[in-house]
Design a protein around this ligand. Sequence first.
Ligand code: SF4
Length: 163
Amino acid sequence: MRSFRDGDTIDVEPWRASAFPVIKDLVVDRSAFDRIIQAGGYITAPTGSAPEAHATPVPKADADFAFEHAECIGCGACVAACPNGAAMLFTSAKVNHLNVLPQGAPERETRVLDMVAQMDAEGFGGCTLAGECATACPKGIPLVSITGMNKEWLRAARKAGGR
Ligand code: SF4
């Protein structure tokens, strides 16, 4: 993720997220991310062998959007950089990646509601759109991804009747 020259002075930012408990020096437990994925970062469409590529048409703009968000590697740099210890950039990347695709449509509402609920349950901080996350992200997940997830959440909450 980063490269340094011999002799460089490195200031290591302390991890501030209680959802990432420190295991030892420079090592934290990021299994909270796994549980957020388990809450909704999947599709239930039968997969089997690889389908014909054009069997499910996906508009180019949607395919590009999905790929852009699928690049998230779950490194946690966004959480480490955030002054609130929030995990909104990670969670939004996972939600937006699947919610824009037809394969992810059956779980579109439950996905965003359940993943955000799990994110909150893990103890991540509240997002104030400080933007440090997007600056630190090695995969270039954009800050507007959070806006997209918030829109998805509002849409889903309204459909669920104010859940
Ligand atoms: S910093 Fe970027 S790549 Fe890493 S977990 Fe956050 S959103 Fe994903």
